[in-house]
Design a binder for this molecule. Structure first.
Ligand SMILES: NC(=O)c1ccc[n+]([C@@H]2O[C@H](COP(=O)([O-])OP(=O)(O)OC[C@H]3O[C@@H](n4cnc5c(N)ncnc54)[C@H](OP(=O)(O)O)[C@@H]3O)[C@@H](O)[C@H]2O)c1
Length: 215
């Protein structure tokens, strides 16, 4: 049997546990962390994410092949970038000025480009950010199942994008690859597929129509 990548999910709020649960269901070894002591989330993890291992963030990352950023963007800015060196990083975060505060760099660029700029030693892929956590769990379906929906995957490193497309597929969504982190704009708040849960053909149409509207 193929050995699956080890995941570290950084963030145990709304979306982190959902991603962790989907990954465990798909057979991935999963560690989950907050900024604090893993003891603090041990009981809740056992109850809500059975199978996930609560760890200190640094230990979870060190042991992982893929790190999922599932913390608020303004908290990411406090994270030492070196921690993620050499890792394949899924940026599932969004820039919300109302809760993150106005962060100048994020006003001018896609949020994942700024994240990737801070994580020069990592391969950053934007994914799992554009579907609300309830839907993300409820709408996940195995490949080929009726009603399966699409999820976008954007990155500048083709091998990293392919790896995360595989993760998204196993988690329960048809991965739609976008050409580069900048193209991940469509996945952000205000983008045409943000907050939607579309079938692949509708997703691709929405992205095409958005591109046409910009020309
Ligand atoms: N909610 C959704 O439906 C949804 C869906 C897709 C994407 N997103 C995006 O995902 C991000 C998180 O959203 P959320 O709603 O899950 O937030 P949330 O409920 O506020 O949870 C944030 C989690 O991040 C942890 N955290 C903060 N700093 C950390 C650090 N340095 N290392 C590890 N963990 C850290 C927090 O724990 P401590 O404070 O104890 O450290 C908390 O467990 C946002 O950018 C959001 O836009 C959300």
């Amino acid at each position: 049997m193929e050995e699956l990548s080890r995941l570290a999910v950084l963030g145990a709020g709304h979306v982190g546990p959902v991603i962790a649960r989907l990954a465990i269901k798909a057979g991935y070894p999963v560690a989950i962390a907050t900024s604090g002591d893993p003891e603090d989330i041990a009981l809740i993890t056992e109850l809500v994410i059975p199978g996930a291992r609560p760890r200190w963030a640094a230990d979870a990352v060190a042991a992982a092949d893929i790190v999922v950023l599932a913390m608020p963007l303004h908290r990411f800015l406090d994270l030492a970038p070196g921690l993620l060196n050499g890792k394949l990083v899924v940026d599932a975060m969004n820039y919300w000025p109302a809760s993150d505060g106005v962060l100048k760099p994020f006003e001018d660029c896609t949020s994942s480009e700024v994240v990737a700029g801070r994580l020069a030693g990592s391969a950053v892929v934007k994914a799992l950010n554009h579907i609300g956590y309830h839907e993300l769990e409820d709408r996940a379906r195995p490949a080929g199942a009726p009603g399966r929906r699409a999820a976008g995957v954007a990155g500048d490193d083709p091998a990293a994008v392919a790896a995360i497309a595989g993760l998204v597929d196993r988690l329960g969504y048809d991965p739609v690859r976008l050409e580069g982190l900048r193209a991940g704009r469509v996945l952000q708040p205000g983008g045409p597929v943000f907050g939607t849960v579309l079938a692949r053909s509708d997703f691709e149409r929405a992205v095409r129509e958005d591109a046409r509207s910009l020309t």
